[in-house]
Design a protein around this ligand. Structure first.
Ligand code: ADP
Ligand code: MG
Length: 345
């Protein structure tokens, strides 16, 4: 064995996205039906008159969720929603899911029933069928892996790599609240751990806590796009934070972008809680993550189609790659937006 072969590289040197690129960039797709492989919210597969989209996400106890403050029913619901969000981000409709679980002997039948109550609640709400999965044991904790399969029309599937200079940058809902919900729950956990007698005080922050524990995917927006006959020029869902998602669109489309800080929607409860936690609300929106809103671009000729739609905000524009990715602050300054994916390793 040569010396090179003995080299050990820490995965943190590459980061999550660098690692995925590193492991997959040399792989060539050999089947004509594999329309899109690694690199988007979901893979796209030719299927007669339609396209099939497939995505998978894994949630690991202690990394993605903490059962001290996550009810199992909510966890089941959320593990489905995060996958459906990736299907909607392709402008497609989810139809089926598979659910695989690995769990230690700490989990009872009743506990798993609770998890499945949440899974089925999401299936009902979003109109998807649970069609399979796998069940196995783990030495410690629970791991949930959900795969979602959806259907899209050939001329409507929306990728990350098709944004064009001059397109308008839009976002649904509001950003940063899920991250603040996590901060609030973590704070209460620490207080509880140091003094189990103290009752958690979630300060009536139902909205904020709900955004963390029971997110929804924007099915309604995909339906609205169809009704308006609008096909975004690119789209991604916001799972890692606005900054990271803009970075993906810009990198893959070979463009730059600017965002007006005043155009970034932040819920008033999130504004107030951020200030209370001495955090900048815009930083929570840019780097928080888990909002499961949609970030998309539209051709400026379609502006009339979105202008009056509820819960859609135009917050910036696509520029040339050489102009970078910028935030125009309310104070009139211009900052570089830096992507920071999660580092779990
Ligand atoms: P999202 O945040 O939308 O779920 P990810 O950042 O998890 O997307 O994944 C980005 C792309 O990389 C997707 O196309 C996904 O299928 C692919 N991917 C992630 N992990 C792996 C892996 N271990 N092997 C192959 N492809 C992967
Ligand atoms: Mg995604």
């Amino acid at each position: 064995m040569t010396k090179d072969k003995l080299k050990r590289t820490d995965v943190n040197e590459l980061g999550e996205f660098g690692l995925i690129d590193h492991l997959t960039e040399k792989h060539q797709l050999i089947n004509a039906s594999s329309v899109k492989g690694v690199g988007d919210d979901a893979a796209v597969i030719e299927n007669k008159d339609f396209l099939t989209v497939v995505t998978t996400d894994m949630l690991v106890e202690g990394i993605h969720f903490d059962l001290m403050y996550t009810p199992l029913k909510h966890l089941g619901y959320k593990s489905v929603v995060v996958n459906l969000s990736d299907i909607y981000a392709m402008n497609a409709i989810p139809k089926q899911i598979t659910v695989s679980i690995a769990f230690s002997n700490r989990f009872s039948v009743e506990a798993l029933e609770e998890l499945y109550e949440g899974i089925y609640a999401a299936c009902n709400f979003y109109g998807v069928d649970l069609v399979g999965g796998d069940t196995t044991s783990s030495p410690k904790g629970i791991i949930i892996s959900v795969t979602a399969i959806g259907q899209g029309e050939k001329d409507k599937i929306t990728y990350r790599n098709t944004a064009k200079k001059g397109d308008l940058l839009c976002v649904t809902g509001n950003l940063g609240a899920a991250y603040l919900g996590l901060q609030l729950l973590e704070r209460e956990k620490q207080i509880y751990l140091s003094n189990p007698g103290v009752k958690p005080d979630l300060e009536d922050q139902n909205y904020i806590v709900g955004r963390q524990l029971k997110p929804e995917a924007r099915k309604d927006m995909i339906e609205l796009f169809a009704k308006q006959d609008l096909v975004p020029t690119s789209m991604i869902d916001i799972s890692d934070g606005l900054a990271s998602e803009i970075f993906h669109i810009c990198k893959q489309s070979g463009v730059g972008a600017f965002i007006e800080e005043s155009g970034v929607p932040i819920h008033p409860d999130a504004q107030m809680l951020a200030i209370k936690f001495k955090l900048d609300p815009i930083t929570c929106a840019l780097s928080g993550g888990e909002d499961y809103e949609l970030l998309f671009t539209i051709d400026p000729k379609d502006v009339e189609k979105v202008k009056y739609l509820p819960d859609i905000y135009i917050m910036g524009e696509i520029t040339e790659a050489s102009e970078g990715i910028k935030l125009h602050t309310k104070g009139g300054n211009i900052h570089d937006i830096k992507a920071q994916g999660w580092k779990h390793f």
